[in-house]
Design a protein. Structure first.
Length: 374
């Protein structure tokens, strides 16, 4: 839970500074969407390859190395001087972050199986608490007009030793217990039986990452919010996401993953609709709260279902799920950006609604299925 919290606080301190970097470079929504695509592509490509790394090093060691690499990479966006350089540094940032993200999910799934009770949603709840802290930190630096370069350098310097200490405190799993009888392929792709689960996770991550990438820009440019009010909106998003996740394991035991997944998908769609209709900060904050609940438990439920399938190692199935899910971050930012270039940010955000609705239709794939290993 500490590993989830720390990685999230580091990542989310960056998002409130996106408008500042946009202003510094003097670029429009379309150019910004191209730059933001770098982080998505870095994460997507890493998701193809990271399962082999986790199985070779163990999840614990991968988390440790991931924290070191990410904290170095996080400093770079503040030094970008044009769109190509911002794309490149965000590519590195996205690649190193996904290493930590997938390894922590694999580790949580193994600990969950070892202790015999659900903890995945709670772990993601701590990710959301870290997200809230990171967003507040980023907004505070923005409100104080601290240069993005020094803000990110300070965060990286604080997070690196905390991340290393947390990774070293994780339980030790033997390499033999983490590998399969057959050598794993270098690239992890989803099996046919996982397609529905992957489509569901795609929509959840599409909504979450679009909110994180464009939320601050939308609040400032469309709603006219101040940097402090922008922080309040993001804090509401993270707070309600944390609330849903911290109670998610108990709610899943009571109502089942499918019912909970469908309810949250409907809340996410409602959140986007409210945000599109909002004309002041209050309604925007309500929309962000609904979105937070809507995207809260979807991905933890999908990770649990993927790790428990039993047909392949948890690392391979989680990486395959993440590969498709993270493609939402490739689709979302440019889709919103290019539509917004001609029709405004409201039209840009409206463009993701059909994909979110499609995702909700596959919530039935969250039913727990265990396939005997070959």
């Amino acid at each position: 839970m500490a590993a989830f919290f720390i990685q999230s606080a580091a990542l989310n301190s960056w998002f409130p500074r996106i408008p500042d970097v946009q202003a510094k470079l003097g670029i429009g929504p379309a150019e910004l969407s191209i730059a933001l695509l770098g982080m998505s592509l870095g994460g997507f490509i890493t998701a193809l390859l990271v399962a082999k790394l986790v199985e070779r090093l163990t999840a614990r060691r991968t988390i440790l190395l991931g924290f070191v690499a990410y904290c170095i990479a996080q400093v770079l966006p503040g030094w970008a001087w044009n769109v190509p350089s911002l794309f490149a540094v965000l590519f590195i940032m996205g690649a190193t972050y996904v290493v930590i993200d997938l390894a922590t999910n694999v580790e949580a799934a193994r600990i969950q199986d070892a202790i015999g009770r659900r903890i995945m949603s709670t772990c993601h709840g701590f990710w959301s608490l870290g997200s809230m802290l990171g967003l507040v930190i980023g907004s505070a630096f923005a409100q104080a007009a601290v240069d993005v370069r020094w803000h990110l350098l300070i965060v990286g310097a604080v997070v690196m030793p905390l991340g290393i200490a947390t990774a070293r405190a994780l339980p030790v799993f033997t390499r033999e217990a983490e590998t399969e009888a057959e050598p794993a392929p270098v690239i992890s792709l989803p099996s046919v039986s996982m397609i529905g689960l992957c489509i569901f996770a795609f929509g959840v991550l599409l909504a979450e990452l679009t909110t994180r990438n464009w939320g601050a820009v939308y609040l400032r440019e469309t709603i006219g919010a101040s940097p402090a009010a922008t922080g309040v909106g993001f804090a509401a998003f993270s707070l309600f996401m944390a609330f849903g996740r911290l109670f998610g394991d108990r709610l899943t035991d009571r109502f089942g993953p499918v019912t909970l997944g469908r309810f949250c998908s409907a809340m996410a769609v409602a959140g986007v609709v409210i945000l599109l209709a909002a004309n002041n900060v209050l309604f925007a904050v309500i929309a962000f709260a609904a979105l937070g609940i809507g995207v809260s438990v979807g991905f933890p439920l999908a990770v649990t279902a993927a790790a428990a399938r039993g047909d392949r190692s948890p690392a391979r199935n989680v990486a395959a799920l993440a590969l498709v899910a993270y493609s939402g971050s490739i689709v979302g930012p440019p889709l919103v950006g290019f539509v917004a270039e001609s029709g405004g940010l409201r039209a840009g955000l409206a463009a993701i609604l059909p994909l979110m609705i499609l995702s909700a239709l596959f919530a039935g794939s969250l039913r727990r299925r265990q396939t005997p290993p070959p």
